[in-house]
Design a protein around this ligand. Structure first.
Ligand code: ADP
Ligand code: MG
Length: 333
């Protein structure tokens, strides 16, 4: 046993009751790959033949990754969404997850919302929760996700070539506006626009299907979790190339543009993070096919620049150098 949560009282549950009630599922006949799920000492998984196993883990800490009073359903959704986004960036198919939950108390109402948010997204992406750990302490959620991809075909950050185009999915900067609204740095009368950016922040849509569709078309990919200024240099460096981006091309949502002047919207698109879109390097000859894939999924795909020999990132606006924010989100900065 890994640790006890508060003793059962009124709405409080014991550790095993809690796991049983919220995180155990009857074995699903449509998931023969899960030989053994929640309930034994470890899960047993049958990995499809001729695939590479893809693994990622992400931790959300209360007060750091989300406000303490954040809706539990949103926390459950985000905890899985950030991991799905990493799987999407590899072009892989998510399949199994484990959940390490550290809770100050085992309040049933909170767990109800949290489990609903996590399980809804898991079901939407065919992810089976196969195990975890539950312990008492400051609210912290770690999800480990496992997926698979046809052997040798995963999208890496390092595969780009000089001349490849740079593209991003969806829109950037909405989460920056949401965070400004949530922390009182931005106020608005536009209820619809505010709701639209809050929805993006609270319930991000990981681009899993598009990531898989980009395999064989994109030469490199990563997800944008720390803002373009934080993430693009990583892809460029991994590929041993320089990147050039025209900031006029950055895709901004209508809601974001209603809420703030263009200059602020652009700053958030560059540096705010938490967007969970995909950044891709695309050989020009594959561009139209990738656009078709995006259209089939009703997803925006925007060309923002290209990769060239050299190193570093050059930001431009109307052909001239543009002074981008110095860095994206960094926990230790
Ligand atoms: P152990 O003591 O062997 O680590 P636990 O008593 O912690 O096992 O957990 C019992 C079972 O419940 C295990 O199968 C474990 O994977 C699962 N489990 C524990 N916590 C969670 C959770 N938060 N979500 C999903 N499964 C969980
Ligand atoms: Mg055990």
């Amino acid at each position: 046993m890994s640790g006890d949560v508060d003793p059962p009282q009124d709405t409080r549950l014991g550790e095993f009751e809690l796991i049983e009630r919220f995180f155990s599922r009857v074995p699903r006949p449509d998931r023969p790959d899960v030989l053994l799920g929640v309930g034994d000492d470890a899960a047993l998984i049958s990995v499809p033949p001729n695939t590479d196993l893809v693994a990622a883990v992400d931790t959300l800490v209360a007060g750091r990754h989300f406000p303490h009073d954040c809706a539990p359903r949103s926390i459950g959704h985000r905890a899985l969404a950030v991991n799905l986004s990493d799987i999407a960036a590899m072009g892989a198919t998510p399949a199994w997850a484990t959940l390490a939950l550290t809770l100050p108390s085992a309040a049933a109402a909170w767990l109800e919302g949290f489990a609903a948010g996590l399980m809804e997204l898991a079901d939407a992406h065919g992810v089976s929760l196969v195990g975890g750990d539950t312990t008492a302490g400051p609210l912290t959620i770690s999800v480990q996700i496992l997926g698979h991809v046809a052997a040798g075909t995963a999208l890496r950050r390092s595969g780009a070539r000089a001349g490849d185009w740079l593209a991003v999915t969806g829109t950037l900067g909405d989460s920056g506006a949401a965070l400004a609204l949530a922390t009182g740095r931005l106020a608005t009368q536009d209820v619809a626009a505010a709701a639209a950016v809050m929805q993006r922040f609270d319930y991000p849509s990981p681009r899993v299907q598009f990531g898989a569709a980009a395999r064989g078309l994109a030469s490199a990919a990563m997800d944008v979790s720390d803002g373009l200024v934080g993430d693009l240099p990583k892809l460029a460096a991994a590929s041993g190339l320089a990147a050039e981006v025209d900031v006029d091309c950055l895709p901004l949502s209508a809601a974001l543009q209603t809420l703030v002047p263009l200059q602020q919207a652009r700053q958030w698109a560059l540096a705010a993070g938490d967007d969970y879109e995909l950044l891709l390097a695309v050989p020009p000859q594959h561009w139209l096919a990738l656009c078709d894939a995006a259209r089939r999924l009703d997803l925006n795909l925007t060309r923002i620049g290209e990769l060239c020999p050299g190193n570093g990132v050059r930001w431009t606006k109307s052909g001239a150098a543009f002074a981008a924010p110095a860095h994206g989100y960094d926990h230790f900065h």
